[in-house]
Write a protein that binds this ligand. Structure first.
Ligand code: SAM
Ligand code: SF4
Length: 495
């Protein structure tokens, strides 16, 4: 117990908060300014709205004031234009690709007591477990070998048993797994992490392990709500330790970072403006905005009374607004909508600029290797809304004209951080990524798809190949040779 208390006391390094504050001791979330921006009620002028949307279409992040103006739009026609622009921006920056991944929960022990979370320490209804490295290996084999995933987000509770050494060892273990598939070798090629905020020295360790994106959600940018939901005395109760997590990540050399708010904890309009302040602060601090924005929305969890009737629950219509506005507000960022959302909701959000969706997800600790198909509340943090398998999701996305990308080539060629942001803004990354997306899609179809999905996927693939032949004639000979090599059984080819 004493060791645990000492560990908790040493978690927060005050000097690693203070150095990122302004000269007057304030942080970048200016509550009074956000409330001032939210105060006007009237409909904005259509011309002003169109001017702001044009800025987004030029792939420039919006100011908080511009975003607040878009939030005031009520006119259905203007909203239709904004939705269309959101979809167009996504196609311009990311083309018709959807990147897919799976969450992998490695530990459910946690010293914090967040009111909304099934894993909070005061919840006796959840079984606690920290996977051994053999178990991590078994989970990875199931994800890479049976399902064909190439990217994971590994998730941890905050606890001395899942400290930075554990996180580092588990990342290395995931990367080390190679498993035979129908035609080739299944392997995870990018491990992203969602964990509690860490110190710079700890983040350097993770950077050295080949960590992909480092993701920390602020949960709520509203400090009063934050204080109510995260009991004083817990590590998580320190709002600014969390708010500066990405500054430290950048300082440690991790330049792909993911931010988000847990929608439903406070007024969504405040959250979205807080999230925008965060994105702009990241641009200001290091010239690189967020790599991804996430939109977790509150889901039910076992024995968690807070979730029964949360005051700020976000409706489906408002959630659609949030995703549209975020697409316009940070046009270059990846937008992640997870399987927390129902299939129907994910279908609604797909055309609005979503770039990443997980599939075949299971958030139970140890659940993939157990072949656990049904969700078990007592094993997990919350209950998912979309339990569908990867094959079914990929078939649906392909039928909607989206190619599922398993590509990780950009990262392996050093296209991260500022480099990838510049390429995304200019539209050049889309070209590389499209070619690699096609190659990895073909690999996955050959190795994992059911005949039904193969038929839908191959029809889309044919269209894509025709487009490359037509639009990129110089690249076509080398590219089509790679496609032929994949058909012949070679794997992991990329541009
Ligand atoms: N324990 C670490 C932390 O809190 O930073 C790692 C992340 S936690 C396991 C993953 C994320 O799940 C949290 O940041 C939170 O946004 C989200 N989450 C927690 N409870 C949730 C719920 N009831 N519904 C949906 N998402 C939830
Ligand atoms: Fe722990 Fe994270 Fe859940 Fe909070 S959200 S109780 S820190 S696992």
């Amino acid at each position: 117990m004493e060791a645990k208390n000492n560990w908790m006391k040493a978690r927060i390094a005050p000097a690693e908060i203070e150095k990122y504050l302004r000269a007057d001791g304030t942080d970048f979330v200016d509550d009074a300014e956000i409330l001032r921006l939210l105060a006007p009620a009237g409909e904005p002028e259509a011309a002003q709205v169109r001017e702001i949307v044009a800025k987004a279409q030029a792939v420039q992040a919006l100011s908080q004031a511009e975003l607040a103006t878009l939030m005031r739009v009520r006119d259905p026609e203007l909203w239709a234009e904004m939705r269309a622009a959101a979809g167009a921006i996504k196609r311009k920056v990311y083309d018709n690709r959807i990147v897919t991944f799976a969450p992998l929960y490695l530990s459910s022990k946690c010293v914090n007591d967040c009111a909304y979370c099934g894993l909070r320490r005061s919840n006796p209804a959840v079984e606690r477990r920290v996977l051994t490295m053999d178990e991590v290996r078994a989970e990875t084999e199931a994800l890479a070998g049976q399902l064909g995933h190439k990217r994971l987000i590994v998730v941890y509770g905050e606890h001395p048993e899942s400290d930075v050494d554990y996180i580092a060892e588990s990342i290395r273990t995931v990367y080390s797994v190679k498993v035979q598939t129908r035609k080739g070798i299944g392997q995870i090629r990018r491990v992203n992490v969602n964990a509690a905020p860490l110190r710079v020295d700890e983040l350097k360790i993770l950077h050295g392990c080949g960590l992909g994106t480092f993701q920390v959600f602020q949960e709520t940018y509203d400090r009063r709500a934050y204080a109510r939901l995260h009991p004083a005395g817990t590590i998580k109760s320190d709002f600014r330790w969390r708010l500066t997590a990405m500054h430290r990540a950048q300082e440690a050399g991790i330049d792909d970072n993911g931010i988000g708010a847990l929608y439903g904890l406070s007024d969504w309009r405040f959250e979205l403006l807080g999230q925008q302040a965060h994105a702009l602060e990241m641009e200001r601090f290091c010239g690189i905005g967020p790599h991804t924005l996430s939109f977790p929305r509150l889901e039910p969890a076992v024995n968690t009374p807070f979730l029964e009737n949360p005051e700020w629950r976000v409706s489906d219509d408002d959630f659609e607004r949030i995703v549209t506005l975020a697409r316009l507000a940070v046009p270059y960022a990846g937008l992640i909508v997870t399987a927390r959302e129902s299939p129907e909701m994910r279908r609604r959000l797909l055309p609005l600029g979503v770039t990443q969706m997980d599939a075949a997800s299971n958030v139970g600790v140890g659940a993939y290797a157990d072949g656990q198909e049904k969700q078990k509340g007592e094993r997990q943090q919350f209950i998912l809304g979309d339990p569908r398998g990867l094959d079914e999701c990929i078939r649906e996305w392909a039928a909607a004209g989206c190619i599922t990308s398993f590509c990780t080539a950009g990262y392996r060629c050093g296209r991260t951080g500022k480099c990838i942001m510049d390429l995304l803004r200019s539209g050049a990354e889309g070209k590389f990524c499209k070619l690699n997306a096609i190659l990895t899609f073909k690999e996955w179809l050959d190795d994992f798809a059911t005949p039904e999905t193969q038929a839908v996927g191959e029809a889309l693939l044919q269209k894509e190949l025709d487009e490359v032949r037509r639009t990129q004639p110089k690249i076509w000979p080398a590219f089509s040779a790679n496609v032929a090599r994949i058909v012949a059984g070679e794997r992991d080819l990329y541009f």
